[in-house]
Design a protein around this ligand. Structure first.
Ligand code: GLY
Length: 464
């Protein structure tokens, strides 16, 4: 779904309001730039779009009674045309930091992309991207650099981002021929690369890649347990009954494939997996398990495992963030309110455990020392909270937007590296609690930080 953000602090008058709407919603040349014409164009709009107004007080101050009439037209048009989601009353916290972050990211990344063409980065060595183009080409994170490039291309129009993203996308073709490399993370690899490319350019090869990846992901569905199996094993079915919470973020590849092909298999598999995850991963307090093991022959639940978190029954923060954002996305794609309710429960749990400093540990249940952090969890949770804020009413929306703001501001003020000679942005990312290495740069931390900042300044291309 596209998003159109109207910022009351930036709109100077009626003409600019209509110009912005016309440009962002693609109104025809004959658009009359008055409220009657606006109503007509909105009720005729044939694409899904979310229109948000932020800084409503400033908007009302500048446009006076015209603002009231405009808000009435927006409400009426959204009531008439179900493709429009009108979010007129969200009180977004002040956006200055986000605008500044946007400026710093675009300045830094132009320097980074100029020295990174052809790389498939995961982390950095002495501040410079490493390269997983060789034997590591099947690694699950290899789509995120592509996602950063497409977000940057979408926001700035700089062709180098697009060219670099195209090189990466082609490199990932080798993964299709590596059966042991294909796994449940097809969404993470091909949504931010091929599907983003297809959405922006209409490239038929990119659409083909996205659909191949979706078919492979659908093929991992276990029909008796109703889950998409995680990872692979040595051919001994050792992990054939494993499912993980992260996989909620791969479901949008299936929702996209359904939208493209109209074949409901993709939709059924995605929603059956989401239903299983809701039942077996989400605990009564709104926290989430990382791994759940089922009997792959009968589908019977066996146990939960701590996975990348501190231990069995603990709350691995990135897993909580995958659940928060993942259930929100299942709601966005299906409209099923039970996914929204689940996302809100996970969000409430997450928010109630944010430490004083606003910086997120690897696991909400880890011992106080060592106080290892995972900035990726904060960035991913912020993306989920911002999407959730746009879909729940009044005070609940304000609370989610404020929590996202708190997390992002803490990252912006304390965990960002703006040195243009250094390739990463976010510091203190951690892959897993029991790994030997903690608190380093990881590509998906930077991806989700950029996505969250883009959401806050209205520049995002919707990837998931
Ligand atoms: N999807 C694996 C992870 O979050 O580390």
């Amino acid at each position: 779904m596209e998003t159109c953000v109207l910022d009351g602090e930036k709109i100077t008058g009626r003409e600019e309001l209509h110009d912005r709407l016309a440009a962002s919603l693609g109104f025809p040349d004959w658009y009359g730039r008055n409220l009657d014409a606006l109503y007509d164009c909105l009720t005729d709009l044939d694409k899904e779009v979310e229109i948000r107004l932020v800084h409503e007080a400033a908007f009302r101050e500048k446009l006076g009674e015209y603002a009231t009439a405009f808000l009435g037209v927006m409400r009426d048009a959204a009531g008439e045309n179900s493709r429009i989601q009108w979010k007129g009353d969200i009180k977004m916290p002040e956006q200055d930091w986000a605008q500044q972050a946007f400026g710093k990211i675009t300045k830094k990344m132009l320097a980074v992309v100029r020295r990174s063409k052809g790389k498939v980065p995961y982390t950095t060595v002495d501040g410079i991207f490493d390269d997983w183009s060789g034997k590591g080409i099947s690694w699950w994170t290899n789509g995120f650099w592509g996602g950063m490039l497409w977000q940057l291309y979408h926001a700035t129009g700089e062709p180098l981002y697009r060219e670099t993203a195209e090189v990466l996308e082609e490199k990932l073709d080798r993964v299709f021929m590596d059966n042991g490399g294909m796994d449940h993370d097809s969404g993470f690899r091909w949504l931010p690369t091929a599907v983003a490319d297809y959405r922006l350019t209409g490239s038929p090869q990119s659409k083909n890649r996205g659909l191949r990846a979706a078919s492979d992901l659908a093929g991992r569905f276990n029909p008796v347990g109703k889950f998409i199996r995680a990872w692979n094993d040595d051919g001994d079915a050792g992990r054939a009954g494993w499912a993980i919470i992260d996989c909620m973020m791969n479901l949008p590849l299936l929702y996209w494939a359904y939208e493209e092909t109209k074949d409901p298999r993709f939709l059924h598999i995605a929603t059956m997996h989401a239903d299983t995850a809701e039942k077996y991963f989400i605990r009564p307090d709104g926290s989430a398990n990382h791994i759940v093991v089922f009997d792959p022959f009968t589908g019977e639940y066996k146990e939960s495992l701590g996975g990348q978190g501190y231990g069995q029954g603990s709350s691995w923060t990135r897993g909580q963030a995958w659940a928060l954002y993942g259930f929100t996305l299942s709601y966005i794609h299906t409209g099923n309110p039970k996914y929204l309710e689940t996302a809100a429960r996970v969000a409430d749990y997450f928010i109630s455990h944010i430490p004083e400093a606003g910086l997120i540990p690897i696991d909400f249940c880890q011992p106080p020392e060592p106080a290892w952090e995972d900035s990726t969890a904060a960035a991913i949770a912020s993306c989920g909270l911002l999407e959730l804020a746009a879909r729940v009413p009044g005070q609940q929306a304000d609370a989610y937007a404020a929590a996202a703001d708190r997390l992002l501001k803490a990252l912006y003020e304390k965990r960002c590296n703006w040195d243009e000679n250094c390739d990463y942005i976010l510091e203190k990312c951690s892959a897993a609690y029991h790994d030997e290495r903690h608190e380093f740069s990881i590509i998906y931390g930077d991806y989700y930080f950029i996505e969250a900042v883009w959401k806050r300044v209205g520049k995002e291309i919707f990837i998931w």
